[in-house]
Design a protein around this ligand. Structure first.
Ligand code: HEM
Length: 137
């Protein structure tokens, strides 16, 4: 299967829309996202580009996730874990199981990398706090 054959743009739009609707309703993550994001349509469009680049190899994404997350002062491992649990729920609810499986391989690795980068920025010299493995969430 080519990478573009894994899923359609519509599949990705559905996943991103479902996930960020859940995020915005989440008691803990919702207020953080709503504090930092003024323009939701533009955020969702950027996230569709992000996942399209990863899952379909379209190379459309032009952002910089590491500095964007390092600029969020309130990040903690529990927040990444909560993000991953919600993302897993949105993936499980999607009709394209192959796409969801791939997204769930990639998302924990990106979360780990963003959390490591955040700690290097905000906890330099302190012991690294690991994220819990996905199976334990
Ligand atoms: C604790 C968990 C997370 C929180 C609270 C969070 C929050 C945010 C917020 C508020 C923004 C917008 C920043 C801005 O435009 O000023 C953002 C951007 C973004 N997030 Fe997250 N995020 C989390 C985890 C993740 C993970 C695990 C991924 C990927 C798997 C991800 C992917 C992205 C991407 C691609 C952007 C756009 C970055 C850019 O503008 O270049 N986020 N996130």
């Amino acid at each position: 299967m080519t990478r573009a054959g894994l899923c359609t743009e519509e599949d990705i739009e559905q996943l991103v829309t479902h996930f960020y609707a859940a995020v915005r309703q989440d008691a803990v993550l919702g207020p953080i996202f709503n504090r930092h994001i003024d323009d939701w349509p533009s955020h969702l469009s950027k996230l569709v580009d992000f996942w399209s680049s990863i899952l379909r190899g379209t190379a459309r994404f032009r952002g910089a996730p590491m500095p964007a997350h390092q600029a969020l002062p309130e990040l903690q491992p529990e927040l990444f874990q909560r993000w991953l649990r919600l993302f897993a729920q949105s993936c499980a609810a999607h009709t394209n199981a192959a796409m969801s499986a791939r997204a769930m391989e990639v998302a924990p690795r990106i979360a780990q990398s963003l959390w490591l980068g955040w700690q290097q920025c905000h906890r330099a010299g302190l012991p690294e706090i690991p994220l819990m493995p996905m199976e334990a969430l």
